[in-house]
Design a protein around this ligand. Structure first.
Ligand code: SF4
Length: 592
């Protein structure tokens, strides 16, 4: 079995992807993969041309056969196929450093071209794989690799020998994975959004009602549930138990519960936990920003004012990094013309944007309304998170917005596509790509408006809506019959305790009029509790708490009144019961 860099690249993202690629599974979603591939290739072509232009043509080789690599005096080779019985990699470029001394071999450096400004760990492992394949083919150590990356053609040297162990470990795992005739367990991950098999895998996950459909669930959480025998969302939904907060924790924010989301999905109802609040005191201004995180550059600011068809949309576009300050100032200018603006956005991307732009280009002084709007922007996601559970698999704007009726009508429908589209526009400057990006941003702003109005309505009317449940209250009544049953049960619950009849207080005019006379009340008094003590096998009943005949002001704790020798003991006065019992006992012994 031959392990290629193409398979390793897939394995580093997802073992299932590696297996599917190796098995030749049909690709269902090629857009993102094609975009990334095209971007890498075009960047590579430009950089190879640049390298070739700086090298003497007599020292360059193009797609050389393996035998020629060790011989000759070349310095730069492009399109090198490094192939062994087990490993295979297509190297974009290889540099050769002349021998450092007599008898010493020349050194080789594998080169990779990466369009991004940041180089990921996966990219470094792929470079190490290239070096390993080349070294096995040449039968000589290749310890160095090099990246040429980003907008400024930066160079990053990597000691590939330090990564060789990790690469060998991955190769062993891939070999084991591919020797299995069936694919590994399916687990949806964030990378699925850009994977060529996403439709196939999502379909399978839906069929299996798989736990990984919930986007926020970590591997550890899933494993923990599986250890308990919970494998599907339906099973998970039945594990939800409402919990009351202790009084002292009442102000504490709710924690996110996957089981409640699973329940919301199963019941197709929105669930509310705690008391969500949304404060919009002023004119709502819906904000959505597009940017290139790799370059830390924001190229499109979308601002929406007003509602529905009467809404006004502003799309502030930056052609390059130099335009970023201009669009920020335009944005501040728009806010300055609005009375009490309240910025509303979805997610933390805009929060970071507002902070960074303020740091980079400044905001008006704190006493201006614009500064207050920037500082106190409303993040809808923080209102929703752990408090409102829509019957969707995630809290992403696309999921929640679509559930609430928002639509994305243009060719660009996701953040990933927008990234690819912007990069393509930078190469081609095609106006239709810019139009598509502006339309995508406008749809995002409209979706934020839809979510805001639905949220406000939902929080206001939650108690009266039948499509909403509260996590800390009993299940809501959905029909008249249900209302009748719940009413009876609640009345039973109120009165179903042991001392109910006794503890009740009844105020009745009739009963008050017929109240008993004081003598009868006395007669009806509860009988006094009596205590018993034994004297030589006889039972002597001793009534409690009597008035001492000798000292009328004292209360007796015991008396021998009921015994047959009561007269003799009448003068015992206020002696405690055990003393009386001793005296009685001594008396009986001497007289009987
Ligand atoms: S869609 Fe997701 S789970 Fe399926 S192969 Fe791609 S990354 Fe893996």
């Amino acid at each position: 079995m031959t392990i290629t860099s193409h398979l390793l690249e897939a394995y580093l993202k997802c073992p299932t992807k590696c297996w599917l690629r190796s098995a030749g599974e049909q690709i269902t979603d090629s857009t993102c993969t094609q975009c990334t591939q095209a971007q890498n290739e075009s960047y590579g072509v430009v950089e190879i041309r640049r390298l070739l232009s700086r090298t003497d043509p007599s020292e360059c080789m193009f797609s050389p056969p393996a035998d020629n690599l060790k011989a000759g005096k070349w310095r730069l080779a492009t399109g090198v196929l490094a192939q062994t019985p087990h490993l295979e990699s297509y190297l974009q470029a290889v540099e050769r450093l002349p021998s450092q001394g007599h008898g010493k071999p020349a050194n080789f450096i594998t080169v990779r071209f990466v369009p991004t400004n940041k180089v990921s760990k996966d990219a470094k492992l792929l470079l190490a794989f290239d070096a390993l394949a080349l070294s096995e083919m040449l039968g000589q150590e290749v310890n160095l690799g090099k990246f040429i990356h980003g907008d400024n053609h930066a160079t990053l040297n990597v000691r590939t020998s330090a990564l060789a162990l990790q690469v060998r470990d991955r190769i062993t795992k891939i070999t084991a994975l591919l020797s299995n005739p069936s694919p590994p367990d399916l687990v949806l991950i964030p990378h699925c959004a850009e994977c060529e098999f996403q439709t196939r895998c999502r379909q399978k996950a839906l069929e299996r009602d798989d736990l990984s459909l919930l986007s926020g669930m970590t591997v550890k959480e899933r494993k923990k549930l599986q250890d308990k025998g919970i494998f599907t969302l339906t099973q998970l939904s039945y594990t939800f138990r409402p919990r009351r907060h202790p009084k002292k924790l009442r102000d504490k924010r709710e924690v996110y519960r996957h089981a409640l989301r699973a329940l919301a999905i199963r019941q197709k109802k929105t669930h509310i936990a705690g008391s969500p609040e949304i404060m919009i005191e002023g004119t709502p201004v819906y904000l959505d920003v597009e940017g290139l995180p790799d370059r830390d550059f924001y190229y499109l600011i979308g601002v929406r004012l007003g509602n529905l068809d009467s809404a006004a949309q502003y799309s502030l576009w930056a052609d390059s990094v130099e335009d970023e300050k201009r669009i920020w100032n335009e944005f501040i200018g728009i806010l300055a013309n609005i009375r009490d603006p309240v910025l509303i956005h979805y997610g933390s991307y805009e929060t970071v944007f507002l902070k960074r732009m303020g740091d980079r280009y400044g905001v008006p002084p704190a006493e201006f309304v614009v500064a207050r709007a920037v500082k106190k922007s409303v993040n809808l996601l923080s209102v929703i998170f752990a408090q409102i559970y829509f019957p969707t698999f995630s809290n992403r704007l696309k999921d929640v917005g679509q559930f609430l009726g928002a639509k994305w009508t243009g060719p660009v429908t996701s953040g990933l596509q927008s990234l690819a589209c912007r990069l393509e526009w930078e190469h081609s400057l095609a106006p239709e790509l810019k139009t598509a990006l502006v339309a995508y941003n406008r749809d995002d702003c409209a979706a934020i408006e839809t979510v805001t109005s639905h949220l406000t309505q939902l929080i206001r009317e939650a108690t009266s809506r039948t499509d909403v449940e509260f996590s800390d209250r009993p299940k809501r009544i959905a029909s008249d019959k249900g209302m009748e049953i719940h009413g009876s049960l609640e009345s039973l619950q109120r009165s179903a305790h042991f001392r109910y009849a006794r503890s009740r207080i009844k105020l009745s005019a009739v009963k008050a009029a017929q109240s008993l006379s004081p003598q009868k009340q006395k007669a009806k008094r509860r009988p006094r509790r009596r205590s018993f003590s034994t004297i030589k096998g006889r039972i002597v009943r001793v009534p409690r708490r009597r008035i001492c005949p000798t000292n009328p002001g004292h209360k007796l704790s015991a008396s021998s009144k009921t015994s047959q020798h009561s007269l003799e003991f009448s003068g015992l006065g206020c002696l405690p019961a055990y003393r009386i019992a001793n005296v009685v006992s001594a008396y009986l012994e001497s007289h009987l």
